[in-house]
Write a protein that binds this ligand. Sequence first.
Ligand code: F0G
Length: 433
Amino acid sequence: MSAYLACFEESCREQFAADLVIYNCPRCGGLLEVQYSGSQPPAAELKRTWRERRMSNAPLDQSGVWRYREAIPFLDDLRHAVTLREGSTPLLSGPQAARYGGLDSLIFKHQGFNPTASFKDNGMTCGVAQAMRLGRNRVACVSTGNTSASMAAYAAAAGLAPLIFIPNGNISYGKLAQALEYGARTFQVNANFDQILALVRVLAEKLGIYLLNSINPFRIEGQKTIAIEMMDQRDWIAPEWIVLPGGNLGNTSAFGKALREMHSSGLITRMPRLAVVQAEGSSPFYDYMLHKGEFTANVHPETLATAIKIGDPVSWPKARFELDATAGVVERVTEQEIADAKAVIGLCGIGCEPASAATLAGIRKLTASGTMRADADVVAVLTGHVLKDPDYIYRYHMGTLEAPDGTAIAPRYGNKPVVVANDADEIAKLIGG
Ligand code: F0G
């Protein structure tokens, strides 16, 4: 099969070579997607090949991205792929979270089990492979933290120079620490994510640096494998719902594309519905989907779930298309709802970062409104690891967490550490029994 770039806009659909360095359609400015010509092996053969590769010790077979290479055949030479053994993330059952969400059962696909502890690794291994193929030696991104951590790691592993731009004071220390440790040149800019994206696009153009934000369609190809692996792990039985947090909406776009492609090639026989959950203070896509008039960006996005603190999501046209294609819905949740849902996911022994917990908070609202049945088969995607933002956790449990508008977040599931004297009798009394 051979790959090319196509404009995502229905009225344009102009095609371009896969090795052109473009991020938007040069004709109409639309988003780009990777398309393929030629035919894929039959579904049954693919399922067998992909299952057999799980037994292999070859690095690319061990990758939960490159194992599915027939579904993302954009490289003409697989030697450009650099793997840190991304993907292969588990499906975990969370009975307590299910009850909290109003469901009989709930499965989490935990992307925090990735090498840099977020779902970004699935896409980044592909974005960096494309940079290698193009012979670019500097890569850049703006990030709310996870993209930068991931890009730094993959660029370092590939021998490329990573340049990272982050909103000053608005990403968690865990994520910033990763970027520093992986050796990225890191610029903390006094502006928000959306403003910095515009800046980085200018710099990338000016200096010939390869841009690895999710506007890069090769990253979206990699993120498709999260959905593909999920189906493989479920023996190709699609759930009724897949729930995702929504920020820049790259993941929503990737899941929709993966589901459509799997459905049309016969890998799955039912289309799951996508449910995208945004934080109330950063929910331009929720607002847009209510009326579908003009898309209006939120110029002052706010949320403690800094990963999804984005007011002008670049992939909204794709996300809209994918929600229409999957009879999907958008929900929004408050800071308190995110914080409580996160603590409940922790009580399952699973844990996640704040943005990921928007999924469970959203499920609770969707079951309460009757949109999602209690006995529905639901998979929620936990996008990042619990240790990405320990500061948030500590404040929640200490009862000192405040929403961006200064409102106190009640520690409804708080678990404050107890300060005690070095005295066995006293401690025994406290423990009881
Ligand atoms: N969850 C986490 C943990 C994230 O880091 C992000 C995005 C999202 C959800 C939202 O995904 O943008 O595809 O809708 N983080 C980006 C970053 C923006 O820079 O790390 P999305």
